[in-house]
Design a protein around this ligand. Structure first.
Ligand SMILES: [Zn+2]
Ligand SMILES: [Zn+2]
Length: 112
């Protein structure tokens, strides 16, 4: 099964949250703290084991992007207020990071 992970709309909800509305009208909201905690770059995440190399609790809740830009047609890149800016968040990855009830249900996440 392959989904088309294309965003229709990408917008800031407020200073601390980003909303993506997908082609299939699904809506995802992410806090920038959450995005920073889930940075997919090699410094933050071991590319082989998937192990997270940063301390998620050290990421402040008021984390904000200082820059965001679309990369190619497949991803967004952010620079954050802590100066970190090497993460490239593919739309596919972002869709997988969606924490809404529906997505948690479909991925059979560990939370009940
Ligand atoms: Zn990173
Ligand atoms: Zn979702």
């Amino acid at each position: 099964m392959s989904l088309n992970f294309s965003p229709k709309t990408i917008e800031n909800v407020d200073d601390q949250r980003l909303r993506i509305i997908w082609e299939d009208s699904h809506e995802s909201v992410y806090s920038f703290q959450f995005l920073r905690q889930n940075c997919p770059c090699a410094m933050c995440k071991d590319e082989f084991s998937g192990e997270v190399l940063i301390d998620p609790e050290a990421v402040p809740p008021d984390m904000k992007p200082t820059r965001s830009e679309i990369v190619g047609n497949y991803a967004i890149s952010f620079s954050f207020t802590d100066g970190h800016g090497t993460g490239i968040y593919s739309f596919e990855n972002l869709r997988k990071l969606c924490k809404c009830k529906e997505c948690s249900y479909h991925t059979g996440s560990e939370t009940n």
